[in-house]
Design a protein around this ligand. Structure first.
Ligand code: PHE
Length: 456
């Protein structure tokens, strides 16, 4: 019993929200959502994405909260406790594997972001020509040591927050950083939207174009909902285990999903109006973040300050997301293997640093590691592909199957209503209907598509 009492927890409702939103909001909002939206039909894509969030993202999040809070344990321990003597705990191991894989490339990109804060601050991009801006990024990713050093710095920052604990580390940091992120993003929005010619960017982002909604786009929207809400890999089981018994689980998930969408839209509104106002072409992924944005912002009055702010807020978003990624193996090592929190964090971080250098060094196509292709993908892309397109959908699928068929409706109702304290029968019935039928169907479609069995 004393072990249970010793478990660290989030202390306040605001802390729960800040930490969970901190996990959801990340690089996904800043380089995936805006680009996909602009590219795949604006408001038309947003509508499909919202449907995916409602039918897959939020239900899986609530399911993970249920598993975590009910078992009061890390993902492996949670399934062992709730279904002793079965193999359901494999979901937990799959989550740990996914969190490592995501961390390998995520820390690499976060390292570039950190380095760009200092580059912007020191005036690298003031009056820089497009060639120079392209050169800066090229030089960074072709260096054999600089990206690795930044990646290690990122891991040191995230580790020191994780070592401080759930309440004193994660909760305290996210409570301060999430509002700051919001204010900084708002500043960027105001600047971008008041530029002459901003209108075209707003149109690029929102103008509904239903002709672009193909079956493939629906799959992309589904995949994005998974990655965006950090579901299907144990993060929300782990965070859910730090919630107290009065926390409204469906309410929290809905608030997080809505705020996450708001941040995604705000990111799009900070980026595209400025891109179009200065006559640039929107680019995807790393190019948009590390080349187009510095080019665009350096052309604005006070652009250098804004650029620094932009990379600072991106770093905040990435850092709070990484805290939740690292917490998954740490909680496992502490509870299942008896490690101290410090030892668990340092072991995980060191593993990520060593393996993560393969992601950092393969980002440059001309390098030795960059030229190695497995299934036609570099290490960097492979880590992204296996985690987002295989482990997360499968993890999410088995989690909803678990809560419907193993936990059962009565237990779900007890968790969702906090043992009858909340009067939410309608929510419970709707949730049950969705997780029993709709979520599994959607996830199976994503999965079959990603392994190429179904080709849309
Ligand atoms: N949701 C984060 C983002 O959008 C990524 C993430 C995935 C974080 C899985 C934790 C777990 O960037």
């Amino acid at each position: 019993m004393s072990l249970l009492n010793k478990r660290d927890k989030f202390a306040t409702n605001l802390g729960v929200l800040a930490a969970t939103l901190g996990s959801a909001v990340g690089l996904g909002n800043i380089w995936k959502f805006p680009y996909f939206t602009g590219q795949y039909g604006g408001a038309a894509f947003i509508i499909i994405y919202l449907i995916c969030v409602v039918l897959a993202g939020v239900p899986v999040m609530v399911s993970e909260f249920i598993v975590g809070r009910r078992a009061n344990s890390n993902p492996v321990g949670a399934f062992k406790k709730l279904a002793p003597g079965t193999a359901w705990y494999a979901i937990g191991y799959s989550g740990i594997a996914a969190s490592f894989l995501i961390m390998l490339f995520y820390t690499s990109v976060a390292g570039w972001v950190y380095s760009y804060i200092f580059r912007a601050l020191s005036g690298t991009f003031i009056n820089a020509s497009p060639e120079m801006t392209i050169g800066v990024f090229g030089k960074l990713i072709t260096s054999n040591y600089e990206p690795i050093i930044w990646q290690i710095i990122v891991l040191i920052v995230v580790s020191s927050i994780i070592i401080a604990g759930v309440q004193k580390g994660i909760e305290r940091m996210t409570k301060t950083l999430m509002p700051l992120l919001f204010v900084l993003l708002l500043l960027c929005d105001i600047r971008a939207l008041t530029l002459p010619g901003a209108q075209m960017g707003v149109e690029f982002l929102f103008k509904p174009d239903f002709t672009k909604i193909t079956r493939e786009v629906i799959i992309i929207a589904l995949g994005l909902a998974f990655f965006k809400l950090s579901v299907g890999m144990g993060t929300m089981v782990t965070y859910g285990s730090y919630f107290d018994k009065n926390q409204n689980l469906p309410g929290t998930a809905v608030k997080v999903a809505l705020s996450d969408i708001l941040v995604s839209m705000m990111a799009g509104l900070a980026i595209f109006p400025a891109v179009f106002a200065f006559g640039f072409e929107p680019d995807a992924g790393p190019g948009l973040l590390f080349i187009t944005i510095p080019m665009v912002f350096s052309k604005m009055p006070l652009g250098n300050i804004l650029l620094t702010i932009f990379f600072l807020l991106t770093a905040i978003a990435a850092t709070t997301a990484m805290m939740s990624l690292l917490e998954v193996p740490v909680a496992y090592l502490v509870e299942e293997k008896g490690y101290s929190r410090t030892k668990a964090t340092l072991t995980s971080a060191a593993t990520i640093a060593i393996l993560g250098s393969t992601a950092s060094l393969s980002a440059n196509a001309g390098s030795l590691l960059g030229s190695i292709k497995i299934f036609g993908k570099t290490f960097f892309d492979l880590y992204d592909y296996i985690s987002s397109n295989i482990l997360m959908p499968v993890g999410g699928l088995f989690t909803v199957i678990f809560i419907v068929w193993v936990l059962g409706k009565a237990n779900l109702a007890a968790e969702l209503s906090n043992d009858g304290q909340l009067n939410n029968k309608g929510v419970i019935n709707l949730f049950y209907l969705i997780v029993k039928y709709m979520t599994p169907l959607l996830i199976i479609i994503i999965f079959l598509n990603s392994i190429g069995v179904l080709k849309f």
